[in-house]
Design a protein around this ligand. Structure first.
Ligand SMILES: Cc1ncc(C[n+]2csc(CCOP(=O)(O)OP(=O)(O)O)c2C)c(N)n1
Ligand SMILES: [Mg+2]
Length: 396
């Protein structure tokens, strides 16, 4: 179901002709079948892998071939494998921390594959699947979690900004960037990822308002994984998050975040209308964080196992596999080759991480100020003396 404001129904620039793509043509129509499950949720694949029709969004994935469906499956499997490997590496002491995306693969791969090369992505710290879609080598995501660098990739190399830990702040960065894109007259779009917990941050509301008032070409992609560390979704909001958009004057949609096809379709819709100059949209990808918040967290302290079990039945990878098998789109050969590719990725990740060089201890003092600063010089000298004290102790 979508919520549209009056302002959103009056696009400033002319809209495209594709049926169901404009603000005016969008309605709350869904097929009977989809309504039977949850009328608020855009879903194209049921948990059993059955393709359900959706008059509004089918057109956005009509071009997806069997080959591309297998590609989406491969993306999700490899992302999950990479993520599992990173969790193990943390347990082995090779990483200081890891934030797993387990369960959120469909939301990330679907939305990530909807982006165009010239679009710009502002992630949180959990968007490993989106990074994969943007072509960031997964091993580059690990340096920061190993504590050997402050980022690990050139944001402009793939139009994928560095991971952002300050909750919600990237929504403002994305909005400002999108306003710049519009001023440049470019037809690319910007997408900001954030979580259900971040929706309570002032930064996110400020970003919504700026984006609406300036009609910025930005898509707000909220992965509602039901938890913000140990705080449940009920503690964040009294209304479904996608409905917040209405109060700011742009459309909001709730999509089944465990359905890669629906996530792709809805994000394409939002990005296309942003590129046409129709302003921001909010997507709430309804999903579940199957693992801990990070490797420092123990979810058994605040939630029940049966909750996770219920969501496992809606597993994003399993549902696409069921669909591929039922439609005869993939055979054992495909799944076998993917398993081998997955093993090879895991091996490469382990090897690259273990070989990461320790950083220069004094690098932290670089780039604080463009021309240097007396206080930084003083701190560098203090740190050098501190380091030297260990050398003295070793010498004794
Ligand atoms: C401004 C700010 N406040 C608090 C924190 C501590 N913190 C880190 S993650 C997190 C929860 C975020 O939850 P959510 O937005 O739902 O994202 P998720 O981790 O579930 O993907 C909090 C409060 C922070 N990093 N930044
Ligand atoms: Mg969350």
């Amino acid at each position: 179901m979508t919520v549209e404001s009056t302002a959103a129904r009056k696009p400033r620039r002319s809209a495209g002709s594709k049926a169901g793509t404009t603000g005016t043509k969008r309605t709350t129509r869904t097929t009977k079948k989809a309504q039977g499950t949850d009328p608020e949720l855009v879903q194209l694949l049921t948990p059993e892998g059955e393709r359900v029709e959706n008059a509004e969004y089918d057109g956005y994935v009509a071009d997806i071939t069997a080959d591309e469906l297998r590609g989406l499956y491969r993306d999700m499997v490899l992302t999950r494998r990479f993520d599992a490997e990173a969790t193990s590496l943390q347990r082995q002491g090779e990483l200081g921390l890891w934030a797993s995306l387990l369960g959120q693969e469909a939301a990330q791969i679907g939305s990530g594959r909807a982006t165009r090369e010239d679009d710009y992505v502002f992630p949180t710290y959990r968007e490993h699947g989106v990074a994969w879609c943007r072509g960031v080598d997964p091993t580059n995501l690990l340096g920061m979690f190993r504590g050997v660098n402050n980022g690990g990739w050139d944001p402009n190399g793939n139009n994928f900004h560095l991971y952002t830990i300050v909750i919600g702040s990237q929504a403002l960065h994305a909005t400002g960037y999108a306003m710049g894109v519009a001023k440049d007259g470019a037809d690319s779009a910007v997408i900001a990822y954030f979580g259900d917990g971040a929706s309570s941050q002032g930064d996110v509301s400020e970003a919504f308002n700026f984006a609406a008032v300036y009609n910025a070409p930005v898509v707000f992609f909220c992965q509602n994984n039901q938890w913000a560390i140990s705080e449940s979704n009920e503690k964040q909001t009294r209304v479904p998050l996608y409905q917040r958009a209405q109060g700011f004057g742009f459309p909001g949609v709730r999509v089944d975040g465990n359905d890669v096809l629906a996530s792709l379709a809805v994000t394409r819709w939002a990005l296309e209308r942003a590129r046409r100059g129709e302003g921001p949209a909010l997507i709430e990808a309804y999903t579940y964080r199957m693992g801990a918040h990070t490797t420092s967290d123990d979810p058994s302290r605040y939630r029940h196992d049966d909750e996770r079990a219920a969501w496992e039945a809606k597993d994003p990878i399993l549902r696409l596999r069921r669909h591929l098998e039922a439609a005869n789109h993939a055979d054992e050969g495909f799944f076998g080759e993917l398993e081998a590719e997955s093993e090879a990725l895991g091996k490469r990740v382990r090897e690259v991480v273990r070989a990461m060089p320790d950083p220069d201890r004094f690098a932290i003092f670089e780039n604080v100020y463009a021309d240097g600063h007396a206080l930084v010089d003083e701190e560098r000298a203090q740190f050098a003396a501190y380091q030297a004290s260990f050398a003295d102790a070793e010498g004794v």
